[in-house]
Design a protein around this ligand. Sequence first.
Ligand SMILES: N[C@@H](CCC(=O)N[C@@H](CS)C(=O)NCC(=O)O)C(=O)O
Length: 235
Amino acid sequence: MSASNKQSQFAAGGGTPDITIFRGWKDFGKYVWSPFVIKLEARLRFAGVRYDVASGSTRTAPKGKIPYVDCRSPASGSPGATTQKVQLSDSTLIIKTLAEWGTIPDLNAAIRPEDRAKDLGLSALLEDKLYFYHGAGRFTPEEIARFRHEIWESFSDLLRASKAKLEDRKENPFWVLGGDDPTEADCVLFGFIVSVLICTAAPDSQKVVRSFPVLLEYADRIHDKYFPDYEKWPL
Ligand SMILES: N[C@@H](CCC(=O)N[C@@H](CS)C(=O)NCC(=O)O)C(=O)O
């Protein structure tokens, strides 16, 4: 990849980042439309891990989808072993692998099993249910609008409870499970909210999200703390 095709992001320290996220578009300093890309970027930023971004292409992506990453696997314990350049794909699998390597913390290890189950369910609600409605030919637009509204309303209810619990946090982010720290579902939720807010091709979804002030406030606080170098969505 040429130097002009990538640009350093989120400079939290010196040196060249070992992770490059291929996001489908160049658009440096901006969120891209893919909720899965925003999810992965949020996961790395929550952990303070630096990365580069590059455009890449779904044609050359290992699983035909954005995001995928170039990174270096850790050296095995054997003498003389060196790190290997590898390509990973699928936001969830990328996150799992980086957590196994210790590049990012294992957020699931820090929460109770029952919270892990909730976290997984909330992530699936967005990634496997809400996202599915993009191409769900067997439902009418009215039926899809109803399903979507129900999902966003549920997240709004959860976030209102979390925010009330953490009122003393002032302008700091609050998290979907109501804890002190983000979980995997926060990365997904932030990705999906921002994606809807910047995607001009989804005006109906945007209207629904904008009708729940706490969803906007949640994303706003995360943006201000973790993505201050990115252009914010139109207010
Ligand atoms: N499960 C994948 C989903 C990724 C995905 O669906 N990416 C979309 C963009 S939002 C994509 O690359 N679509 C291109 C295509 O399907 O050809 C992940 O978590 O990374």
